[in-house]
Ligand binder design. Structure first.
Ligand code: BES
Ligand code: MN
Ligand code: ZN
Length: 511
């Protein structure tokens, strides 16, 4: 991954292959953003005019490359658009900086070293730029012939990501800026690990392989890892996880990751949906709906990343991660529509649609997680197409059994740069899941399908435990073109919200 450094070196003297500056959209044309003084000087104060001549406006996401004039050591200047000039006395918001840094890092793939002379006064701004760079530089080329995966050919003629990024500042760097860089590095590295897991094809990432990755990551960072295999799951009565995995030749797993801190006062449990491939099962998905279903373990990937990041940051909070891993396949041994499963909680579920499998694996994991009596449980899942229809492909829905917690989580997500929106759990939708045979059915009314799924999960939350449900079916996987610091494919959505929740909980800001 890209190496991130902080530098006080004046932009003019810094040895780099490219210099990144910000350009904002002013009323009368492009305006060079603060932080680029040395570059401005080298251009004789005419950088904005030069940019305007080249057709630049300063619009968000815009990239303009220009040769550097004498006086700068870097041969190339890259001006990245920041959007509107902030109101007087205000600065660019952190997400604007994160987005622009990501755009620039992506445009600089194949470059060895770039210096970022963007407006970075506060530690928060430095951290956001760092995150943007590391996330924007991400690429997944493991399966390309010239890729970097162990199995791929060693021949390397691809461009490769930006190798090194130096964040420049006008002020001498303090401890806070250094800490912000360390945090950005830990979070982005783990988030990029989640992206790798999501992008890995399902023939190489089955539940067992995923559990092995979690075990290795836990070992590396002092996290206790327990893996329940199919035998242990049978013994424990995990009917939901087993029922979903029954049709696959690759048996299911339930992974528990326990990060603890001696001074922790609170305990959070994160539960991730980890369907390594969702074919729909006997209720088979039609062509056109199954090509991206390797992404159905994005929740579990986010949970793994968040727990490891919390450990790397040494947060003063206990965090337990639960990965509910199964492959949903049709076969002679698969669960049928009409089957009744006895869940870990003891409740029975009539499976009316085997494609509503996420709620079944989550229900077992949530019930199990409840036994530890954590202060809060947050589950993260690519749960319903309905949530995608409701909120689009970039925003996740947040539901909860506690209004204040739902609001907090939504606000934390937005502040982290992850678009989110609070969604209700209307009681009347419960009735639709009545089953003549079992305690509850795994499907209800079609309308409000995302909320129905949330209501189903709520039935498995332990008495008196605060719980929230994040449905990221939309933003987990980017089928469109890359934007900002978001690549095509697995996005790692959810990681930054979970990490920020852990940080806020450690700081005593919540409940
Ligand atoms: N994994 C899917 C949801 C999904 C859809 C995720 C699109 C990402 C992109 C989930 O398991 C599913 O199939 N849900 C069904 C539920 C229905 C059968 C009640 C759905 O949304 O259609
Ligand atoms: Mn499904
Ligand atoms: Zn699914």
């Amino acid at each position: 991954m890209t190496a991130l450094t902080l530098s006080t070196a004046a932009a003019a003297g810094l040895k780099a292959d490219a210099l990144v500056v910000g350009v904002a959209k002013g009323d009368k044309g492009p305006v060079v953003a603060p932080g680029a003084d040395a570059v401005e000087k080298a251009f004789g104060g005419k950088l904005a005019t030069v940019l305007e001549t080249l057709g630049a406006s300063g619009g968000e996401g815009e990239v303009t490359k220009l040769p550097a004039p004498d006086g700068l050591k870097a041969p190339l200047v890259l001006a990245v658009g920041l959007g509107a000039v902030p109101e007087k006395g205000e600065s660019f918001d952190t997400e604007t900086l994160r987005f622009a840094a990501g755009v620039a890092a992506r445009a600089l793939s194949g470059t060895k070293k770039a210096a970022f002379a963007l407006p970075a006064e506060s530690a928060d701004e430095v951290g956001a730029i760092g995150e943007g760079v590391l996330l924007g530089a991400y690429s997944f080329d493991a399966y390309k012939e010239n890729g970097s995966a162990p199995k791929a050919s060693a021949k390397k003629n691809g461009k490769g990501p930006l190798a090194e990024a130096a964040i420049l500042g006008t002020k001498p760097r303090d401890k806070a800026a250094k800490a912000a860089i360390e945090r950005a590095t830990a979070v982005a590295e783990e988030l990029n690990r989640a992206r790798d897991l999501i992008n890995t094809p399902p023939n190489d990432l089955d539940p067992e392989a995923f559990a092995a990755v979690a075990t290795a990551a836990g070992k590396e960072h002092g996290i206790k890892v327990q893996v329940l295999d199919e035998k242990a799951l049978t013994k424990g009565g995990y009917g939901g996880i087993l029922g979903v995995g029954a049709g696959s030749d690759s048996p299911p797993r339930l992974v528990k990751l326990s990060y603890t801190h001696a001074k922790a006062k609170k305990h959070l449990a994160f539960v991730g949906k980890g369907i390594t491939y969702d074919s729909g099962g006997i209720s088979l998905k039609p062509a056109g709906h199954n090509e991206t279903m390797k992404c159905d373990m994005s929740g579990a990937a986010a949970v793994l990343a968040a727990v490891v990041a919390a450990a790397r940051l040494g947060l003063e909070v206990n965090v337990t991660g639960w990965l509910a891993l199964a492959e949903n396949m049709p076969s002679g041994s698969a669960t049928r529509p009409g089957d009744v499963l006895r869940m870990y909680s003891g409740k029975t579920v009539e499976v009316l649609n085997t494609d509503a499998e996420g709620r079944l694996v989550l229900a077992d994991a949530i019930a199990k997680a409840s036994e530890d009596k954590p202060d809060a449980i947050v589950d993260v899942a690519t749960l319903t197409g309905a949530m995608m229809v409701a909120l689009g492909s970039r925003t996740f829905g947040v539901m909860a059994n506690d209004d204040a917690f739902r609001t907090s989580l939504y606000e934390i997500a937005e502040a982290s740069g992850e678009p989110a929106w609070p969604m209700p759990l209307p009681e009347h939708l419960l009735k639709g899941m009545d089953s003549p045979t079992a305690d509850i059915a795994n499907m209800g009314e079609r309308m409000g399908g995302g909320l129905v799924a949330g209501l189903f999960l709520r039935e498995f939350v332990g008495e008196g435990i605060t719980w929230a449900h994040v449905d990221l079916a939309g933003p987990a996987f980017n089928e469109g073109a890359p934007f900002g610091y978001t690549p095509k494919g697995g996005t790692g959505t959810g990681v930054r919200t979970l990490v920020a929740l852990a940080e806020r909980t450690a700081a005593g800001d919540l409940g």
